[in-house]
Design a protein around this ligand. Structure first.
Ligand code: ZN
Length: 181
């Protein structure tokens, strides 16, 4: 679905993207993942509301079918949950946020994010900055500024951590066998 939000993105090299990953504290396994087709990296900044309006955005946190507990991306029960939906699961989210010592929403005005994007299904997964985004969304503070380093691809291979749960492209497309000659 086409986005109505226009955000000026600056193309960066993969090396610049990787430098941003290394500066971030993320330990997500997908931090070193790369798409198999159409790789482009971008850097941009916008307000959180516009970032979320580009298309579905997911944290690299996964929940079971009933949304009662967090599970690993490679757990067969794992399902992707949009940040807005997760913000609504206050009991589940509260447990995780209680052990995070980051700043309260009141003093959070700017957040750095590392993001993977699939152009096939226009879904994004935040692999660094999830706690901060969840705190802002929970507080309804969507005017905060996000600075995004994003690795985008037309196709993410089957077996890519996080993308395996989040990407909605068909398996044939993802493993390349469904491409026409
Ligand atoms: Zn996809």
């Amino acid at each position: 679905m086409a986005s109505r939000v226009r955000i000026r993105r600056r193309r960066i090299t993969y090396a610049e993207f990787w430098a941003a990953v290394c500066r971030a504290p993320t330990r997500a396994l997908s931090r070193s993942a790369r798409p198999s087709e159409g790789e482009v990296a971008y850097r941009y900044r916008c307000v959180l509301a516009d970032f979320l309006a580009q298309g579905p955005v997911y944290p690299c946190w996964f929940v079971d079918r009933r949304g009662t507990r967090f599970v690993s991306y490679d757990d067969r029960r794992a399902r992707a949950i949009r940040v807005e939906e997760l913000a609504g699961l206050k009991g589940l989210l509260g447990g995780r946020m209680a052990s995070w010592w980051g700043p309260p929403a009141a003093v959070l005005f700017r957040v750095d994010l590392v993001v993977l994007h699939c152009r096939g299904c226009n879904r994004r997964v935040i692999i660094d900055g999830v706690h901060r985004v969840m705190r802002l969304v929970s507080a309804g503070k969507l005017g905060a500024v996000v600075r995004v380093d994003e690795l985008s691809g037309a196709r993410w291979p089957v077996g890519t951590p996080d993308e395996d749960v989040i990407c909605a492209c068909s398996r044939e497309v993802r493993d390349g066998s469904g491409r026409g000659a």
